[in-house]
Design a protein around this ligand. Structure first.
Ligand SMILES: Cc1ncc(COP(=O)(O)O)c(C=O)c1O
Length: 385
């Protein structure tokens, strides 16, 4: 079994995360994990490589069946094998959906703060982005239904991100149902990015938006992948689930000669993830959850001016640094004074310049080092923690 405490040197491995900054900066930004993939996945890839021909790939029936079984077992969601469309990523998936179903000038509702490629995709297709902000309240991050409905009323589509990046919010059934009702009333297309769907804490259960009702199923393009949960994002394999046949055909036609077939090794890895890596996932989630708890306890104890709402899912912490009253934006500040690389809050929406996003999917020693670097940065400029 994987030792999640073990620190692996990723420098020189062509990792995007570990190449962005000079070697003396600790990278805690992009959403991949500093954990090795499950041994079962590495074994499956190694086995496939024993066959030395690596031509174009296609999903085997076995993989479609594994995904169908996985969705049924984990979410009690019944999907037919032909309803799955393989893609080289979730990001191409939501862009294809926008291109396929919307016209320049159409409105699309997004809930901010949100993952930057979701925020920027509407502008690629000449769409009018309608921001409906999540708010932080006593129960954590919350949906503000009325403003959401107002934006939806000016939209032809809604792109949901659940579990939510960067807040780590997991929408409740009640919230999802109220959003689904609003989508039915306004007759909008739903693009549901559920890439983080297996990364839930505190015994929460993921609810696919399309599983809420027949109506939701008919208007939703669901996007999923094994990539985040099993740390195989570099293998560029994801899939859409589209129940409505005509929508599926239109979506598939919008590959536009740009969105190619899927990585043959990624398909093998995805199959192994869903059929063999369950125990690894359970252990990994236990480790992640304890990292999440450790992180918020340490922040509350050492840096009371940083406001953290515990993530309900994902491996991302969304930290409000407003009360630190720093001289520059917190991402630049911690990079320059502490040599630690977070994601800048401004990437996730215009109102979040005082936030940073921290990735806690790393061995505990790296997390401790990241916290120490925050402290060092604050001490360097005599800022109150
Ligand atoms: C919410 C969300 N959607 C999509 C992606 C990117 O997915 P892919 O690499 O499959 O395009 C990420 C990666 O961080 C993400 O957090």
């Amino acid at each position: 079994m994987t030792d999640f405490d073990l620190v692996h040197d990723r420098l020189g491995t062509g990792s995007s995360k570990w190449s962005k900054y000079p070697a003396d900066v600790l990278p805690m930004w992009v959403a991949d994990m500093d954990f090795p993939a499950a041994p079962e996945i590495i074994e499956a890839i190694t086995h496939r490589l024993k066959h030395p021909i690596l031509g174009y790939g296609v999903a085997k029936d076995e993989l479609r069946t594994a995904i169908v079984e996985n969705l049924e077992t984990k979410y009690q969601w019944t999907v037919a094998p032909e309803e799955i469309v393989f893609l080289p990523g979730v990001e191409p998936g939501f862009n294809m959906a926008m291109k396929a179903f919307l016209e320049p000038g159409d409105g699309i509702t997004v809930q901010t703060p949100v993952y930057r490629p979701i925020l920027s995709a509407p502008s690629h297709w000449g769409l009018m982005r309608r921001d409906a902000a999540l708010t932080s309240g006593v129960r954590g991050w919350e949906l503000e239904l009325e403003p959401f409905k107002t934006e939806l009323g000016k939209s032809k589509a809604f792109i949901l991100c659940n579990p939510q990046n960067p807040t780590g919010k997991v929408f409740s059934r009640e919230e999802l149902t109220s959003m689904a009702d609003a989508c039915r009333e306004q007759n909008v297309l739903v693009i549901s990015d559920e890439i983080h769907c297996e990364l839930l804490f505190d015994s929460r259960h993921h609810i696919p938006f399309a599983s809420l009702s027949d109506d939701a199923a008919q208007r939703t393009i669901t996007l999923m992948a094994a990539s985040k949960t099993y740390n195989i994002a570099g293998l560029k394999t994801a899939f859409a689930i589209i129940k409505n046949r005509r929508m599926r055909e239109t979506f598939s036609a919008s590959r536009l000669g740009m969105v190619d077939s899927v990585n043959i090794i990624g398909l093998e890895a995805t199959l192994a993830a869903y059929t063999q890596a369950g125990e690894w996932k359970t252990a990994m989630l236990r480790y992640l959850e304890s990292n999440r708890d450790f992180l918020s306890d340490e922040i509350n104890r050492r840096f009371p001016s940083i406001n953290v709402i515990k993530a309900e899912g994902t491996f991302l912490a969304w930290l409000d640094c407003t009360a630190l009253k720093l001289e520059s934006d917190p991402q630049t500040y911690f990079l320059e004074n502490g040599k630690v690389g977070f994601s800048a809050g401004s990437e996730f929406g215009p109102d979040y310049a005082n936030f940073i996003r921290l990735n806690f999917a790393c061995p505990r020693a790296i997390l401790v080092e990241g916290l120490d670097r925050i402290e060092r940065a604050l001490k360097a400029t005599n800022s109150r923690p």
